[in-house]
Design a protein. Structure first.
Lengths: 195, 127
């Protein structure tokens, strides 16, 4: 067992940080926020296609983490798996409420690409990808985001989505095929022939 | 273009787009981080102090503490059992037991307290 007093916060596992947070350690709160807030933001941005709404989901997911901290039993569940599940469920609730996909031109996609033209191209590519992703059936979208954008292994996705590994494989395969079909024919329009 | 070639092109295009999407992953800005930290500190302040660990032994341990610890309670229990045994034992048995112990059959009864007649005699002798 690691000695929390001797170990810097950035080297502690999330479960231990949660226990320290519940005991009143403000440094643990900062470390958890820095380490984990990007996770729900990434997933929610991909699933919802709306940055402002994704930020609300990220804040809500983290709020649930703070609330769960006092009763958290370290070692029973992986904190990130729990947070992925909460995020996916929050996104699903929002998608079911709105039932439409408000992808707008000019979506504010962050980009580190230099130059205005590169920014524009990058934005178009991501907008096209987001549109195709958002048109996938809900579970396929979740599986593709977790597998191909978050880089998770199928068994962890199965735990997050609370289904079997074979079902995950099937969802990912069908989702990827549907995405490829939706994006085929746009190679030139998306600038991939000029790379 | 054959179907196989078309599929390969589609897969390659998708892989390229997925790679770009991973590279363009959004990161939280200062406003979002400030909101998250506000929530964290607000809820942290509201977390109740962890409950004191339950005492081992419960009421029995409390009783032992009152009686001077487990050693004191053990002594008291031994004395209580011995008193109960003496009280419940048959008087004749006790008398014969004493007679046997002191080597005489003359013990008929054991007087612990003097009677009224003896008290009066004692008073007269002193007075």
């Amino acid at each position: 067992m690691q000695d929390a007093a001797a170990t810097p916060p950035d080297a502690l596992p999330e479960g231990r940080l949660l226990a320290l947070y519940a005991a009143g350690d403000r440094q643990a709160a900062r470390e958890l926020a820095l380490r984990l807030t990007p996770l729900p933001l990434r997933v929610a941005t991909r699933m919802l296609g709306d940055r402002a709404e994704a930020e609300d989901v990220a804040q809500e997911a983290m709020l649930r983490l703070w609330t769960a901290a006092p009763g958290w039993r370290d070692g029973e569940a992986k904190v990130t798996t729990w947070l992925y599940r909460v995020t996916v469920n929050l996104c699903t609730d929002r998608l079911r409420r709105r039932r439409t996909v408000p992808i707008e031109d000019g979506q504010d996609w962050p980009s580190d690409a230099p130059g205005a033209l590169a920014d524009l191209l990058e934005r178009d590519r991501m907008a096209a990808f987001q549109t195709a992703l958002s048109r996938l059936p809900e579970r396929q979208c979740q599986a593709v985001v977790l597998r191909h954008l978050e880089g998770l292994a199928n068994p962890e996705i199965a735990r997050i989505m609370e289904i079997g590994v074979e079902a995950v494989e099937s969802l990912v395969s069908r989702g990827k095929r549907a995405l490829a079909h939706a994006l085929s024919g746009q190679r030139e329009a998306l600038g991939y022939d000029h790379d | 273009m054959t179907d196989r070639n078309r599929n390969r092109d589609s897969d390659a295009l998708l892989d390229a787009i997925l790679a770009d999407a991973r590279a363009a992953a959004p990161s939280p800005g200062p406003d979002l981080m400030a909101r998250v930290m506000d929530d964290a500190f607000r809820l942290q302040a509201a977390v109740p102090a962890p409950p004191a660990p339950a005492r081992r032994g419960g009421w029995l341990a409390d009783l032992a503490d009152v009686l001077g610890g487990w050693r004191g309670a053990g002594g008291l229990a031994t004395a209580a059992v011995a008193g109960l045994w003496i009280g419940l034992s048959d008087t004749a048995f006790s008398a014969s037991g004493l007679a046997t112990a002191f080597g005489s059959g003359a013990v008929e009864a054991l007087e612990v307290f003097p009677g009224p007649g003896e008290l009066a005699g004692l008073a007269a002798a002193e007075g």
